[in-house]
Each structure stands twice: as structure tokens, then as C-alpha cells.
Design a protein around this ligand. Structure first.
Ligand SMILES: [Mg+2]
Length: 223
């Protein structure tokens, strides 16, 4: 039983939004130290998580691509699916998400208005795409929005990881960010401050090493 009104309100109205982890970016996720025994599968949001949310942006920061592909080879992360809300069924938006998935060798699922996150339908489809070995016990959800990615992930009992957005929010996302900041602040002020101040991942100067690894990755991963 919470000891204060504040604790009671938090427990009653916000616990479904509480991520298991809050980190500055995907780069801060140590896949081997997550509390999941054996192989790990992931459902990852696209806009704001893997690349900027601007509709035209197709530019995944090289450093994120490097981190995820390396993790796929060297840690227990087996595979992931890109799950995106594509409520406006613009073919260009769908193609953009599909080419993002192709870049990572990952399957993609674009939720229409009826399936949109946080509704569970999209997550169930993503789980199917991950294969029969993926279950709620060994699959994690990574996303930059509490009210879509984390809420939906928690409703199906996935381990959820909140990452700071890479920017480029849509107009309708901006007001949600105010409430999101408030909820994150209520959950954990110290961690909220830390991720608010976290730098947006930038490609380091020595891009050459990363590029040669990514070329090698193309040859290692079966098409
Ligand atoms: Mg997002």
C-alpha cells in the first residue's frame, strides 16, 4: 500500500507506462546484461528510436547501425522486428520503413489506424514475424514514446526500454512529450534528468572502422 497520495496516484494511473529501463539511446543498451536468460528478441520502434522522426528522414546514425549489427553478432540479441505506427497509409512512408528494415536485415510491420500502438495487435504480429522461439519472456520492446511503445509493450508483459528520442517529432507528438516528461520525472527524477541531458548519438570521427565492419556484416549475414 503506497504511503502517500503521490505514491497512490502514481501506482493507480501510471504504472502501465513505467519502462523497465530508461536510457539515453540504443547505444546504452547492454543486451548481455538484461535479465533474460538465453537468446533475446526485440521489437524496435522506427521514428525517433532508430532514426529521426521526420517523414523524409531515412538517415540512421551510423553509430546506431554499427551498435545494433555488432550486438546481433556478439551478444544474445538474435533478431529484431521494426514496428511502426503508419496511420497515414502513404506508400512512401511504408516504403521508408521497409527499406529501414532491409538495411538491418530485419522484418518490418507497419500498423494501420486499427492496429496502432499501444494496441496489442501490432505487437502480436511482430511476435509472429520474430518466429516461434520468440515469446513475451525473451522479447524486449524498445521505443521513444511512453504512450505508444512502452504502454503497448507493458500490456503484453514484454520487458520495455525507453530511449530518448533522436528528434524530428511529428506535430501531434509534441504535446504528448509534455505529459511524458512529467510522468518520467515522477517515476525517477534522477534518471529523467540524466536522459534529458544525454547527447543525441553522433557519428564519431573514426567512421572508417565502422564502415569496414558494416561491409563485413553484409557478407556475414545471410540475405
Ligand atoms: Mg517513435
Amino acid at each position: 500500500m503506497p504511503s502517500s497520495l503521490y505514491g497512490w496516484l502514481l501506482e493507480k494511473y501510471c504504472m502501465h507506462l513505467r519502462p523497465a529501463y530508461m536510457v539515453g539511446s540504443i547505444l546504452d543498451i547492454d543486451f548481455d546484461n538484461l535479465p533474460i536468460p538465453g537468446p533475446i528478441y526485440a521489437i524496435i520502434d522506427a521514428d525517433g528510436t532508430l532514426l529521426r522522426g521526420d517523414r523524409e528522414s531515412e538517415d540512421v546514425p551510423l553509430v546506431i547501425e554499427y551498435h545494433l549489427k555488432r550486438s546481433g553478432l556478439e551478444t544474445r540479441l538474435v533478431r529484431f522486428v521494426v514496428l511502426s505506427n503508419t496511420i497515414v497509409r502513404d506508400p512512401r512512408r511504408i516504403t521508408r520503413i521497409q527499406s529501414l528494415g532491409a538495411r538491418f536485415g530485419a522484418k518490418t510491420y507497419c500498423c494501420n489506424n486499427r492496429e496502432r500502438k499501444p494496441r496489442p495487435i501490432g505487437y502480436k504480429k511482430a511476435l509472429e514475424l520474430l518466429g516461434p522461439e520468440a515469446t513475451a519472456e525473451n522479447t524486449i520492446v524498445i521505443g521513444d514514446q511512453l504512450f505508444t511503445d512502452i504502454w503497448g509493450g507493458r500490456s503484453l508483459c514484454f520487458l520495455t526500454i525507453y530511449v530518448k528520442s533522436l528528434g524530428g517529432d511529428h506535430l501531434w507528438t509534441v504535446p504528448k512529450r509534455w505529459f511524458e516528461s512529467l510522468v518520467l520525472w515522477l517515476f525517477d527524477r534522477a534518471r529523467f534528468k540524466k536522459i534529458r541531458n544525454a547527447a543525441i548519438p553522433k557519428n564519431p570521427i573514426n567512421e572508417e572502422g565502422m564502415r569496414s565492419f558494416l561491409e563485413l556484416w553484409q557478407t556475414l549475414v545471410k540475405k
